[in-house]
Each structure stands twice: as C-alpha cells, then as structure tokens.
Design a binder for this molecule. Sequence first.
Ligand SMILES: [Zn+2]
Length: 763
Amino acid sequence: MRRSIGLAPALPRRAAGPLARYRPPELEEAAAAFIAHLTSPGDLVLDLFCRSAAFLRPAIRQGRRAIGVGVNPIGLLLAGLEAQPPDRPHTLTAAFTYLGDQPKGERPLRHHLTDLYRARCPTCQADGVAEWFVWDREAGYPYLKAVRCPRCDGVQEGPTDEEDIAAARRFDPKGPPYHYALGRVVPPEHPARERAAELVGLYTPRNLAALMDVTLRLEGLKIGRAARAGLRGVLLEALDRGSSLDPYGEARPRPRTLRPPARFLERNVWFLLERGLDQTTTWLLDRHPLPHAPDLTHLLTESRPAYFLHPSPARRVDRLLPPESVALVLADPPRPDGVFWALCALWSGWLWGDVPLARAMRPFLRRRRFDWEWHRRALQAALAAAATRLRPEGYLVLLFADPTPPLVSSACMAAAGAGYDLVGWGADPDAGCHLVWRWVGRRAAPIDAETLVADLTAAAERRIRSCLQERAEPTSPLLLHTAVYAGLAEEGRLARALATVDHAPADAALLPPLALTAQAVETGLTRVPLRKDEDTGWVWLPTGRGKAAEPLADRVETRTLEVLLSRPEWTTADLLGEIFAPFTGPLTPDLALVRACVESYARFADGVWRVREEDQPRRRAEEMRALEEALKALGRRLGFQVGTGKGWRVRWREGRRDVYLFALSPTAALGPYLLRGRRIPGSAHPCLVFPGGRAELLAHKLRRDPRLARAAAEQGWHFIKFRHLRRLIAEGLDRRLFETMLGLDPIVEQEGVQIPLVLGGEE
Ligand SMILES: [Zn+2]
C-alpha cells in the first residue's frame, strides 16, 4: 500500500438535478482522494454502478481514464448529462421551446397541454390554469385545486366544481395513451405485463395522456445529442412529479410505496416541464464537459484522459473489459430500493422504447422483495466480475454516503464472498463509509454450522470490545457495526460463513449467510456490557474511575495541534488527510470532532489554515506561567494559603483544607481531569482554567461524551477562561465576589451542556 488508507475526510454532497430526491448523496471529494492515492495518470478507473459523474470527474481531472457502467439507463443518462452538458444553457432552453412548438392536432403542444388543466379560479370564477388538483383516491375524482388566476393575485386554492370533475373524467383510463404507455414498457405476452399495467395505473388518465404526448414528440425531435439528453432529464422530473404518488398536505420527501396516497396530487404536466427545465439548467450551469472517448476501443487503447459510459449490468463487466485493465474499481452500491427501481424500469421503457437498454430493466418491474440477502448476492456477482478485470496491484473501493448497518454488512459480505481482502476502512455517520479491498482470490472452506455460529459470535464480541477499548469513548453504532464486519472480513470469517451456508445441503436449514452473521453479531453485542447514550445511541464500555484510557477525542486534539505546528500553512484537504492518517479503521474519528479541533486551533484565511498566533507553544507556555503567578497572587490577596502539589497547578487552602484547586490547561483535553483524574476532596472546588479559544471545542466534547458531562457535574467542576480570570484579577475582586461568581456558575448544564455563563461568557 502506498500509504495508510484512512477515511477520505470529505462531506458528501447532496444529489442535485433530475430525480435528486431518490439519489443518495455523492462522494466526489472522497473518490478524488482514493484516485489520487491508489492510481497513476493514464490508469483506468471503473465506476461499477455509475449514476452520476461524481467518480468520472475527479478521475479525468487527475489525468486518468474512466468508464462508467450500469444497468439503469437513467443513471447513465444523468451521468452523461453532467459529463457532456449542452454547450450553453440556451441550447437546452431552445430545444425545450422547440418541443413545446411541436404540433398536437392543429395547435402547439404547449397550448394543448396547458388547456388540459383549464379551470375556474375558486375565488373569482375567472378562467385560469390549475397548477394541481387533489384527488380522493377512493372516490376517484379531484376535490381540490390550485389555479393560477389572471385576475386575482397569485394562485388561488379552493374546491373543484362540476366542470373540473367532468374534465378529469373526459379521459378514458384505458384509452390509446394507456395502451401506448404499456406497450412501450413490455410486449403483450411478457410475464411482467400485469405489473407494468399497475405502474402505468399510477398516473391519472389526463397526466398519462399529457406525458405520452411529450414522450412521443421528444422522440421525433431533430436535435443534438446533448439537447436530447437534457430534455430527457427535464421529462424525467415531470414523469416523477406527475405521478399520483405524492400526497397532498403532508411532507413526504419521496414515495416509499407504489400505491397512491388516499389524497394525492395531480400536477400540471406542462408546469412540471417548465420547472424541470429551470432545475436542470441550474444543475448543469457549473458543469464543464469532460473529454469523451468516441467508443470503448478508443478508451481502452489510448492513455489520454477520457471517459466512456456503457450500459451493462455490473455483473457482466467481465464481458466488456479486457482482463487486468482496471487499476481502481469505485463502487457506490445501489440501494435495495424497490420503488425507485420499478419506476426507473417504467420510465426507461417510456424514454427509450423496446431497445436492449430499456429491456435490461424489465426484471425490475416484477414485484420482488428487494431484501438484503438479494442485495448481497447481486453485489457479490458484480464484484466477482470486476475482480477479473482488476490489475494484480489494483484496488476496489466501496464507498457510500448515508451508510446504514445493513448496507455495510451486505457490502462486506459481498466483497469477502467475491474473494477480496479488506485492507482499509473508515466510517462516519456524516462523511459516509468506505471499504478498501484487494482481490486475492480467497477461497474459504466450509466448516460445520454449529462451530460457525459460535465462532462468529465470539469473534464479533472480541471486535466490539477491542473497538470500544481502543477508542475509549462513546462510539456511533455505525462505526461499531462497521468495525465488527471489517474485523470478520479481515479474519476471513465472512468468507467462511458464505462458504458454509451457500454450499450447505438444502436440508441444512441454515439462515442465509447475511442473516446468520447478523444474528451472531447481535448475540456478540449483547454479551458485552455496554453503556448507551439514549439520545444519540452511541455506546461505550464502562470503566472504573482512574482506569479509563485516553479518549480518542483527546488524542485527535493533540494530533491536530501537532499537524498544524508542523507546517505554516495547510489546505483543508491536506490538513484533514494528515490529521486522519494515524486514525484508521476502528479509530476513525467523526468528522464533526476533527472540524471542531481544527477550528479551535487554526484560522482559515486566503484558502489556507494557519495555527492561531496564541497557540504557538512558546506563547502559550508563557501565558500559562503568568497565569499561574497571577492565580497565586490572587489567592494570597483573598487570604488563602497558596500552594501547589497533588497534581494541581495551584491550590488555595484554608488550614488543612483545600478550598479551590486549579488545573491550568492549554487544551480542551478533559479525560485527564474528568475521567482519569485524582480524587477531589469533598471540601474543594476543582477549577479548570483554559484558553477562550478552546471553549467551543470543550463544549463540543462535553456534548459528544455524556461521561464527561456527568463527571463534571458530579465532581463540581468549574470551567474558567484564561481571559476572564485575568479580568477578574485586574478588577480586584474580593473573596465573597469570587465565591458568588462561582456559585452563580451553572457549571455544566445537563441539557445542552453550556460553558458557564458567568465565568466563561462571550469574550
Ligand atoms: Zn381569481
């Protein structure tokens, strides 16, 4: 390995453009980092489940060649649109106008479509055009409408009238548009015919007629390739929003079932197209064309950076590419999203008709359970095919945003089952998950089932303990889950589970490997005595006072300062990469923590991070010394006996009794005081004095780690900023005032965990 493969610390970007509401966030920056570290210029990068240009773009930008394959032509359409946008926004607008000008009978399509939604304004009865109607599914007619009124101001909402209901019923549900729509998806005798008919039935007859009119005319349009792709993107958005799947009056980001809600929206198709045009144009505004290889042969034989998209199921990639041609496989696995896949199968038929591209989607029409075991098998087949195309020193990187435990399990099982070895990983609820693999052709021998289950359970338990011990702090369930599966993969246990179950005789009555492993992990988990934060679900191992190891958060903070001091200036990517470098796998810190550390110690200006002047070690040390002296002087002035010792920087005593104990810290490391510190005598007030620049980080740590907040409250800690203390000293306060101020101090509020108001207010 060229370097340790930690988390490529970059936040995913929300998907944009057509169908964005179905698509997971994209990890372009993370992909860029893997391409930079794992390949060389001229190398071929394979996007195994291509559905955007997020992996193509960084490959080309770094002088690599890229090929995107995928079975879903809609994913490839969107990738192609981003990679080869129409040369000017105007091109798409002009093509859209041209589409609207196409004749429908005697009139332009645009007028015909608009007229389908003519309705009276519910307020003033003037003739207007409805933006949408609301249908009662059971009653089967629209009862509410929103009309753009030429007389009233804006859109008027109100009940429908008889004319509206008659207009909606004018369309024969089984008329020519219905048969055209159905015939374009599957031929009459096809086994999925009935299912396709159900999907076609997800549109009101009026919207179906309108959408088929547009589809038909778009096909006959004589326009360039990029403009046609752009219009298809626009139409896709209308196909989605124009169905009966969106409810009225409730926020639901996207349909989760293929059944219209009890009250559903019927949106005006022409307005949807206009909106789709705006959206698509905006989306493509900052996209620059990437060099496109004219065909696959050119891409494979020439070394100049270019990309090529090829419709193909990922599991057939071995028929497409020569052996050992790929340096890096990037795979963002499709989610088992039955609704989205079925809709894509429907729309692919409508957009492309009876061509291989769309035919390949027909299997997804069938009602099937998209369960995780199915997902694992499909993914494993794809990864096995890709393995044969990888160069011997090549890598597979599975990376995905919005990681969920089942997705992580499925990905680990699939790669292990396809013969890969895990060589690095990272997981973060916000930044996503990545798993880096090399293909070694691992073959595992089956073992007997009982031994297998016991072995998996024990191994899972060990991994859970070691992960939590290493981190020594509350840990997200996602990271813990990934640590367990990564561990089982590294130890060859997943491959063995697959070999045992997949090749077991039919009467062995074993669960599918994924379920079996999940069960073993669950059992392993329950055997570990865990503490859990009920709000966040984060878990940790209980430890006795004084026995706690240094929490990961404190180690990350130390590392952040070391890295910042090692060079005067840092770009964000370099800085994060360097901070994360030693924290791989189970030690992956959450990006939110690392950002809090960086923002505490460094300032960002002119595109680079520089350590804060006051955090230069010499300056900080001088400040600490001065403060120590000042504290001692203050203590004497207030009539205390002042000393030091027992691990405290300054002690204010009265007789033999400690009254105030001060720890002075330039950092926000709380572990040494709150988790591992010495016992505090009952009479004493422990005070942690820290620089104001640490306040936010300190608050972040207290929020993140409930153990710290609880310990701070139980032990009665006061948190005091340097500057604030200096001001108090300068103002010449007396003992009573000092006590009052500490008394007023809410210390650490259990809820929301705030830095004390009085002693640590805004400065
Ligand atoms: Zn009106």
